[in-house]
Design a protein around this ligand. Structure first.
Ligand code: FAD
Ligand code: EPU
Length: 333
């Protein structure tokens, strides 16, 4: 019998669980090899940096840890550049590589933990941009027949913190590469309030300024997962009909929402959690961060179940108070 492999350092919650085995994927061939082996018949789970997962118990199967590296220029026009990166590239290192070469667009997504190959899964987003605005193609290997597949942007069914890879095709493909279309020497997006305010003193804002502003805001707002284990926002910001929001506003005049089209608006889940009294509260060793209630933290020895139980209590209280269902963003395993 093989020794179990610890996953404690492979998930940013720092939950102390193990797997039957961990296979490090350095080449796409390693994926094909694994999918052709008898081990494929046992359970397996693809992991990037484990910054958007919550293990609720030991994993009875094999972890495929993505470590493939490489960045390549696919083509270029005077204004646009098509850049392809391997799934195991570190996301923020890739963003910085693009900035150094003057390929603009990804700077709003600075410092998001994780790998390039995970970025399409939940269509990572921050500070006014989502990665779907830059992805042209996602390359993947089909788990069922090992064929190489290409998903065009429109095939990915991107939405707010979701895609086909998190929904209909969950677990069916292993992403190998992602291709992005970036703008050479482009004008950065500073529409997000906090970015606009922070850069208001600069006349001609450069992509690097946005990268620096986002990095600064993130370092202040989000707890460092190396200190207090977390996976960023635990819940999505709920999207509700404007009519529902108007009713809530009568009772809670300070409630915030941003309109999405005419009929819907996006509320701040952090505010709902705070209003329901959970900000800063603890359940066993799991807690709601005192400054950023959308982030659930592991204060040291919380189990995945403790964190999930805490999430359920919060969901129930928020629902009872506001009739709004908080949806979990993190992948529960
Ligand atoms: P993992 O957590 O390892 O995996 C996530 C999911 O993707 C799993 O279901 C996994 O099976 C699947 N997966 C991973 N790689 C592949 C692959 N190659 N093929 C198929 N499936 C794969 N997210 C945001 O959108 N915006 C933010 O601002 C943000 N801020 C964060 C801040 C902090 C402090 C933390 C800890 C997290 C934050 N996140 C944010 C969440 C997280 O960083 C992203 O979801 C990131 O893309 C996860 O990358 P990962 O490599 O760690 O993925
Ligand atoms: N908002 C706007 N425009 C603005 C300002 C805010 O639409 O100019 C919206 C946001 O989109 C959000 C709400 O107002 O719906 C609250 O925004 P806040 O800045 O307080 O951020 P948050 O809700 O704490 C969200 C993301 C973060 C992301 C930040 C910055 C979710 C679940 N969380 O956090 O993503 O970094 O905005 O854009 O959407 C993550 O997904 O793990 C994560 C950390």
């Amino acid at each position: 019998m093989r020794d179990k492999k610890s996953l404690k350092s492979l998930n940013t919650f720092g939950v102390d669980v193990s797997a039957t085995d961990i296979i490090y994927i350095y080449h796409d061939d390693d994926i094909i090899k694994f999918l052709s082996s008898p081990e494929k018949e046992s359970s397996f789970y693809v992991l990037g940096d484990g910054s958007n997962v919550l293990f609720t118990k030991d994993y009875d199967g094999v972890i495929l840890k993505m470590e493939t590296k490489g960045i390549e220029i696919v083509s270029q026009t005077e204004e646009k550049i098509f850049v392809k990166a391997k799934a195991g590239e570190d996301w923020d290192e890739f963003v910085r590589y693009c900035l150094v070469h003057n390929y603009c667009g990804l700077e709003n997504l600075a410092l998001i933990p994780g790998k390039v190959g995970s970025s399409p899964i939940q269509n990572i987003g921050a500070y006014g941009q989502e990665v779907r605005n830059f992805i042209t193609k996602v390359y993947a290997i089909s788990v069922s027949n090992r064929s190489l597949c290409t998903f065009e942007n429109k095939d990915c069914q991107f939405g707010y913190r979701t895609s086909i890879f998190k929904q209909a095709c969950k677990g069916q493909y292993i992403i190998t590469d992602v291709e992005f279309m970036l703008t050479i020497d482009g004008t950065p997006d500073i529409t997000y309030d906090e970015i606009k305010n922070r850069l208001s003193m600069i006349d001609s804002v450069k992509a690097q300024d946005v990268y620096n502003a986002v990095s600064y805001i993130r370092s202040i707002k989000l707890p460092d997962w190396r200190v207090s284990g977390n996976a960023g926002s635990f819940f999505k910001n709920p999207i509700i009909p404007v009519s529902h929001f108007t009713e809530l506003k009568k009772k809670y005049p300070n409630l915030k929402a941003y309109s999405i089209g005419v009929d819907e608006c996006k509320m701040s889940a952090a505010q709902l959690i705070e209003f329901s009294g959970w900000k800063g509260k603890k359940f066993r060793d799991a807690g709601v961060h005192p400054a950023q209630p959308l982030v659930l933290v592991n204060y040291g020895n919380a189990t995945g179940k403790d964190i999930l139980d805490l999430a359920t209590y919060i969901q129930n209280d928020v629902y009872n108070l506001f009739q709004v269902q908080l949806e979990i963003e993190v992948n529960i395993i």
